[in-house]
Design a protein around this ligand. Structure first.
Ligand code: DGL
Length: 290
């Protein structure tokens, strides 16, 4: 048993979807959240920069005595998870492995769509994770060039066909609260038409912000496609790791939720209420990296 808090970081506000699911599943756990709102977005930044930011975020939380770190940002998970796991003294959970596991478990046709930021798609981490879960040796990958997709992989053993697409505009739309209007519908259609035409039965929402657009995306993709959201799968993984390591909290009473941001708490709170559904009380401004 361990009553120290869980630490969660994201490039900004979107990781609140992971906080929400973790708090729902583990109501007795204290949670400290850091949103690096001064430097968001990570999705369009280089690998080196995202790794440097991720270590600054992680070290801030480690100094607050966390027992486990959740990297809620898909881009940061894609680029920095391996290094963080190697160098931090506590267990680290990212959002990509739980999402990929869930996709592999759910698909029946083995045709999977993956959407995320430019960085997440470029890092190839979801594809690599699905390959790892499916058994890398058995699989040959052919890259078919651009087509309508950023990348198109065919796994020739017939195991999986994976279609990936970066959907960068979904992030500002979610931040703006444009989750289900005419602009959203057109943007969803423009980004996802190609993937839909390929008849995927699973679409992985590989970005913290995309669960907010779930209704619009789900309506466009239709009932035959299951949307997998990394947030709830990650919460399940956090519970599993805490249980395996004997780190679950035995505290009773209302758990503490503490939120830190690196830029204006006011904007964070206004937008964040959409992500957390009203339960967001306050956020404290901090500075990192010096
Ligand atoms: N948190 C990022 C992710 O999940 C989305 C926002 C950003 O680009 O920083 O990839």
């Amino acid at each position: 048993m361990n009553s120290a808090p869980i630490g969660i970081f994201d490039s900004g506000i979107g990781g609140l979807t992971v906080l929400r699911e973790t708090a729902k599943l583990l109501p007795d756990e204290d949670i400290i959240y850091l949103g690096d709102t001064a430097r968001v977005p990570y999705g369009s930044k280089s690998r080196e920069t995202v790794i440097r930011y991720s270590f600054e975020d992680a070290n801030f939380l480690v100094k607050h005595g966390i027992k486990l770190l959740v990297v809620a940002c898909n881009t940061a998970t894609g680029y920095a998870l391996g290094e963080l796991k190697k160098r931090l003294p506590i267990p680290v959970v990212g959002v990509i492995e739980p999402g990929a596991k869930n996709a592999v478990k759910t698909t029946k046709t083995k045709r999977i769509g993956i959407i995320g930021t430019e960085g997440t798609i470029k890092s190839n981490s979801y594809v690599n994770e699905i390959m790892r879960l499916a058994g890398r040796e058995a699989i040959t990958i052919t890259e078919h060039g651009e087509k309508r997709f950023d990348r198109y992989f065919e796994i020739r053993t017939g195991a999986f066909v994976i279609f990936t697409k970066a959907c960068p505009l979904f992030v500002p739309m979610a931040e703006e609260g444009w989750t289900d209007n005419e602009v959203t519908r057109l943007t969803v259609e423009t980004y996802l038409r190609g993937i839909k035409d390929e008849g995927v039965d699973v679409l992985l929402l590989g970005c913290t912000h995309y669960p907010l657009l779930e209704d619009a995306i789900g309506r466009f993709m239709g009932k035959a496609t299951t949307l997998i959201d990394s947030a709830s799968a990650t919460a399940v993984e956090v519970e599993k790791v805490l249980a395996e390591k004997g780190l679950l909290s035995d505290k009773k009473g209302e758990a503490m939720k503490k939120i830190f941001v690196t830029d204006s708490p006011e904007r964070f709170l206004n937008v964040g209420r959409r992500f957390l559904g009203g339960n967001l009380k306050g956020a404290e401004l901090v500075s990192l990296g010096n």
